[in-house]
Design a protein around this ligand. Structure first.
Ligand code: CO
Ligand code: ZN
Length: 329
């Protein structure tokens, strides 16, 4: 599982450019599913056919990144964010473009408290505008450049949001022995800019039940905002975030299954942030939806940390859902 996670988190997949990620995922699951295809927006959709309920699981393949907006005469790049970026975590960091070009993020003079995105720039080692333009163009996307780190029980990488969700789904597909249901596993595109891939995927699938798999924040670091989610305390069953109020039937199903199978879980209320469930539940005439969250420290930084036990519990909860009769849907 650690190798799978390392492979996925070190891939290049900014929003809108998920192909490297979805190609890799396809190689892991192709022989385990009945159908596997990429739709118009770039969602990878894997289906395991069944005659029961139509269930859509969704983990997003994209990661936050930056986009080049301007190249100055001295070869420095100005950029905008693609997805939510914390400016302080950018300083001194490195980014990587699709063609492998590496850039360092620097800042203009001024107090940190006055820091805004337009005071930052990317230095790709070019001395002139011409030289820079040979390496990158306006509109090129880059992602954090950071290797995976195995701390034993805990793992750190860029893009745990949401490659760890992708890894959880891949692992569930690989372990799935039996289900009566018509299962759709979506590795969605463009979540970080507004749940866009999940919206079209849900429209075409039209599921009876929707479940997003994504990271959530924790309240377990020094002087963290008060939040009752911790690394290592199990799969987080979402009650509410700013994109969705989990359907009580979905939330209760997950709690019931976790208790029956002794899967470690915690309940989650995330005050700001959303997941693919936010798009899925508003599809057509409405879809009962919920989210299984992997607790994650330092979300949207280049060093997002998860606990392997939580990952395992999330896999188990998905498998329990696939095996259940789902009579209430
Ligand atoms: Co995110
Ligand atoms: Zn996410």
């Amino acid at each position: 599982m650690k190798n799978l996670i390392k492979d996925l988190v070190e891939s290049y997949g900014p929003t809108g450019f998920e192909t490297e990620v979805t190609n890799k995922i396809r190689t892991y699951i192709a022989d385990k599913v009945d159908e596997c295809y990429v739709d118009a927006l770039g969602n990878l959709i894997a289906r395991k056919k069944g005659s029961g309920k139509k269930v859509m699981f969704s983990a997003h393949a994209d990661e936050i990144g930056v986009i080049v907006t301007y190249i100055d005469d001295d070869g420095f790049l100005r950029f905008s964010n693609v997805g939510g970026l914390n400016l302080l975590t950018l300083l001194g960091g490195r980014v990587r473009f699709a063609n492998g070009v590496i850039g360092v993020i620097g800042k203009e003079k001024g107090e940190l408290k006055d820091l805004t995105l337009d005071k930052l720039f990317i230095d790709i080692g070019a001395a002139t505008k011409d030289e820079a333009q040979k390496k990158v163009s306006i509109g090129d996307f880059a992602v954090f450049h950071r290797e995976f780190a195995d701390l034993g029980q805990r793992l750190v990488a860029k893009s745990m949001d949401d490659r760890i969700g992708c890894a959880v789904l891949v692992e569930a597909i690989r372990r799935l022995d039996h289900s009566d249901h018509d299962l759709y596993f979506v590795f969605s595109a463009q979540e970080e800019v507004g749940l866009r891939g999940a919206r079209t995927a849900a429209y075409s699938i039209d599921p009876d039940l929707g479940i997003a798999i994504d990271v959530t924040r924790t309240g377990d670091t020094p002087e963290a905002p008060r939040m009752d989610v911790s690394l290592g305390k199990g799969a987080a069953i979402k009650v509410k975030d700013s994109s969705v109020i989990a359907h009580p039937k979905v939330k209760n199903l997950m709690v019931r299954l976790a208790e029956a199978d002794q899967i470690k879980y915690q309940l989650e209320v995330l005050e700001a942030g959303g997941t693919d469930a936010g798009a899925i539940h508003l599809t057509k005439s409405g879809v009962p939806s919920g989210t299984i969250s992997i607790p994650c420290r330092y979300v949207h930084s280049p060093s997002e940390m998860v606990d392997l036990d939580d990952v395992e519990n999330c896999v188990k909860l998905i498998l329990a859902i696939c095996r259940d009769s789902l009579d209430e849907f």
